[in-house]
Write a protein that binds this ligand. Structure first.
Ligand SMILES: Cc1ncc(COP(=O)(O)O)c(C=O)c1O
Length: 354
């Protein structure tokens, strides 16, 4: 066997258990339970054969996304999902021995990307009530880490920071690249864009995976100062985004009402679900995003498996600091949440009136 680089040999890869889910109600990965605009499906269906045979063309894609944000196109670049933007950030900015400041628990893909570059990881835990550890982070930033990620709202805790607080952190740390992962911005409306665009050390990440219902298509965007955007382009392959994503992304961006309707449905279903969990007396935590944490009574793993046996997937948070014993529940439409609540109340043996 030819060994890979030492950093790769030592790496714990990020693996999501994503196989065999299609026939089940998927409330485990914060995807849309409604799917994309029908305009997306039509646009893909109508593609002529030569669209498959030709390398993709990107004209108009960044422009369309920039227009939805109301920013100049020089601030925007598309990626093969936000995951690819995260990779590009570490490739471009993460050097061996450099410090990567982050929080825990948070989105699982940051850490392997940092490890792959041989970075030194500095993790600060969320507070006991899942609030942001602002005082500790402020102190750690004084050591001028190379990279600092804020997942806002944080996946999985839902912790939400104001854009003013994030911009203040970034202003206080001009030598640190501050990455604001805004994957769930559609559900919170809280963004550092456009406030942070004038700062040369901030980049935000947004995606069409969740609210627009395009997780399989893979399309995300980095939004920031043009100097950062240009460095990220340097480390990205010429055709890393495939043609289907370009076509689907343009069609989705041309139908903003579809996303608005879905977000409104999720927010209404969220209120309903929270009320039901209150009535059942089940501990839960929900701040930002189309998801919440639920601490079922008794054995969490057992509850997750029993839900699966009833055709409903949720994501166990077992062994994660602070939130061990909970599962993350994606919030879908009211109909889907009613299905969840009926199954959940049966599993935990309490009555519910869905
Ligand atoms: C916080 C966060 N960032 C990034 C991603 C990846 O997004 P994308 O599907 O655009 O690659 C996810 C996916 O679940 C996420 O939760």
């Amino acid at each position: 066997m030819i060994r890979a680089k030492p950093d790769v040999e030592a790496l714990t890869p990020y693996r999501a258990p994503l196989e065999g889910r299609r026939s089940l109600l998927r409330l485990d990965f914060n995807e849309s339970t409604m799917g994309p605009s029908s305009a997306v499906v039509d646009a893909i269906r109508n593609l002529p054969p030569d669209a498959y045979a030709t390398y993709p063309e990107y004209a108009g894609l960044n422009e369309a996304f920039a227009a939805t944000l109301g920013v100049a196109v020089k601030h925007v670049e598309a990626f093969n999902g936000v995951d690819a933007a995260i990779r590009a950030i570490f490739d471009a900015y993460g050097g061996r021995g450099d410090a990567f400041l982050t929080t825990v628990p948070t989105f699982g893909y940051y850490e392997p990307c940092a490890q792959q570059q041989g970075m030194v990881i500095d993790e600060v835990q969320y507070l006991d009530d899942l609030k942001y550890p602002l005082a500790a982070i402020t102190r750690r930033l004084e050591a001028r880490p190379r990279l600092f990620f804020i997942c806002n709202p944080n996946n999985p805790t839902g912790t939400l920071m104001t854009s003013q607080a994030i911009v203040a952190l970034a202003r206080a740390a001009p030598e640190t690249l501050v990455v604001v992962d805004e994957l769930y911005v559609a559900f919170t409306g809280q963004s550092v864009v456009p406030a942070a665009l004038e700062l040369s050390n901030v980049v935000a990440l947004q995606s069409l995976s969740k609210a627009a219902g395009l997780a399989a298509v893979r399309l995300g965007f980095a939004i920031g100062h043009p100097t950062i955007i240009e460095r990220l382009r340097r480390v990205t392959g010429p055709y890393d985004i495939n043609m289907f994503a370009v076509v689907a992304g343009k069609a989705a961006l041309a139908d903003p009402d579809h996303m608005r309707r879905y977000v409104a449905a999720v927010l209404a279903a969220r209120t309903w679900t929270l009320g039901e969990l209150e009535r059942l007396g089940v501990r839960h935590s929900a701040e930002g995003g189309n998801y919440m944490l639920v601490w079922p009574p008794g054995d969490c793993e057992g509850v997750v498996q029993a839900l699966r046996a009833r055709g409903i997937l949720v994501r166990s948070m077992a062994r994660k600091p602070l939130i061990d014993g909970s599962f993350r529940l994606t919030i879908g439409t009211r109909e889907h949440m009613q299905r969840f609540m009926t199954a959940f109340s049966a599993v935990i043996g309490r009555e519910v009136h869905a």
